[in-house]
Ligand binder design. Sequence first.
Ligand code: CP
Ligand code: NVA
Length: 311
Amino acid sequence: MKPGHTLMKHYLQFKDLRAEEYAYLFERASIIKTRFKNYERYQPLTDRTLAMIFEKASTRTRVSFEAGMYQMGGSVVHLTTGDSQLGRAEPVEDSARVISRMVDLVMIRTFEQSKIERFAAHSRVPVINGLTNEYHPCQIMADIFTFIEHRGSIQGKTVAWVGDGNNMANTWLQAADILGFTLHVSTPSGYEIDTALAGVSNPNCLKVFKSPAAACEGAHLVTTDVWTSMGFEAENAQRRAAFADWCVDAQMMQLAQPDALFMHCLPAHRGEEVAADVIDGPQSVVWDEAENRLHVQKVLMEYLLLGRVGH
Ligand code: CP
Ligand code: NVA
């Protein structure tokens, strides 16, 4: 893709796309998923290359982007901090200039959001956020697609976030604002969601609760995440103590809607942020949620490279 191309778009935060673009992407994901399940070959990205840059560990993000790109006829280059010049202090702007002259698309998992923004500002090709300290938009896209598959539109519904006010929570908040649902959030004190960071336009999309049980009341979806995100390992002991009452258990699920779903982006720690009988129970859709990373990201890559396609 040439610089200044009218289609050139990055996906660095959930709010980089509009509600009507998400509506298209979710419909398209359903088509692409059905094709995949039927073993139908669909290779619109032949001869396109995705560079994947990982500065943090990953299972789902790596496998879904890599498998997705191959399935669509393209190829991938996998880089980590340890095996490239990225870990040897080459300026991120220089890495962006070089890598983006050689590939068609870049996915980055890194620490500060500012780093991916600096990369994107110097990239000739679209850049996708594969998780930063602040956001995880591909995950929330998969989560909402999963909700739609199971329960229909998320508009007007209530999602309960129990746990850390982290990258997932910030991204849920942006999604609530854009897609028109309410986010109930309960975090221990000192781990609150940063509402200024998410930059929401409708403050009514967020309701904050002291008690995690109260946040779950009436929710259509209850979701949580690890107590210690990547990059915050030094705080692990302190966090385990602070989060002890923020374990999603069967009692919390009972306060939600009778048909409420449970989601977790994974990896999960049973007995910490979620009880085993919840994550392994009938309301949990965590395996669909993980699988849907593949389908929504294939559609996202297709959209960023080709725009809307009608077949
Ligand atoms: N949920 C998620 O992003 O998983 P990975 O860290 O395994 O990529
Ligand atoms: N909040 C977690 C998500 C992992 C997929 C982290 O950033 O480590």
